[in-house]
Design a protein. Structure first.
Length: 243
């Protein structure tokens, strides 16, 4: 089904068919969420902000998203912040590397701590909106996105800055090593780490070896204690580890 809607800014072509390429004169936008109501909610917010002809496409599964994102003409993807589940960071990092031309905008319906959102935005290199924010603020940020202006909330920018500074704290872990430490704090197995970070078992083992060497400690409890002490891992991120 294809219909044309006149918004306040432009004529927007809405294409509800998830199959087929985007037209040569069009720009594709993906909405990735497994909730139809959320799709409609976000679509209603996007329409007044579009200034050129765009084709909206919808992904309710990771497989659908992977298929859509490979299509030529895709310029923007609005991804619900838990769409990839525990593999969020690994998928965002891979997406950023494979599709650097794609502007990624993460969004959330439920609340999420700003430091957590900042981590995701760091790995995606994109933007962030909360659909629980005031309508006028959401509209302002969406307009900025379509005008290629700054569209990351100040609290998220501060969180990104803090996260970016983590490798400067002794023992100078890389961001990927910091994420490995977080996985340790969540008592994940090596197999689960490979899934979350989208890396091989060998890569995880290499990271673990580097972490132990940098900390000068060869047990996970010791690593977690020192990580919390040094400010690399906030105490509230520890879920079930017993010191």
């Amino acid at each position: 089904m294809t219909r044309t809607t006149n918004s306040g800014y432009c004529t927007v072509r809405l294409d509800d068919n998830r199959q087929g390429p985007v037209g040569l004169a069009e720009k594709g936008i993906i909405i990735a969420t497994n909730e139809d109501k959320v799709t409609e909610w976000l679509k209603g917010l996007l329409l007044p902000c579009m200034r050129r002809v765009h084709t909206l496409r919808y992904a309710t599964t990771v497989k659908e998203f992977d298929s859509l994102v490979r299509m030529p003409g895709m310029v923007m993807a609005f991804i619900e912040i838990d769409f990839f589940g525990e593999a969020m960071i690994g998928c965002l990092e891979r997406l950023r590397k494979l599709r650097p031309q794609l502007r990624i905008v993460l969004f959330t319906v439920s609340g999420i701590p700003s430091y957590e959102a900042a981590r995701y935005v760091y790995w995606s290199g994109g933007g962030y909106i909360s659909l629980r924010d005031r309508p006028e603020r959401i509209e302002e940020r969406l307009k900025a996105m379509f005008e290629s202006r700054e569209y990351i909330p100040k609290c998220i920018l501060l969180g990104i800055k803090d996260y970016d500074l983590l490798p400067t704290i002794p023992p100078h872990l890389t961001h990927k090593e910091v994420e490995i430490v977080r996985c340790i704090a969540q008592e994940k197995t090596i197999k689960e780490m490979t899934y979350c970070l989208k890396v091989s078992v060998r890569t995880v083992n290499n990271h673990l070896g580097n972490i132990y060497r940098k900390f000068g400690i060869h047990n996970m409890v010791g690593v977690l204690k020192l990580a919390v002490t040094q400010g690399i891992l906030p105490i509230d991120e520890l879920r079930s580890c017993c010191f």
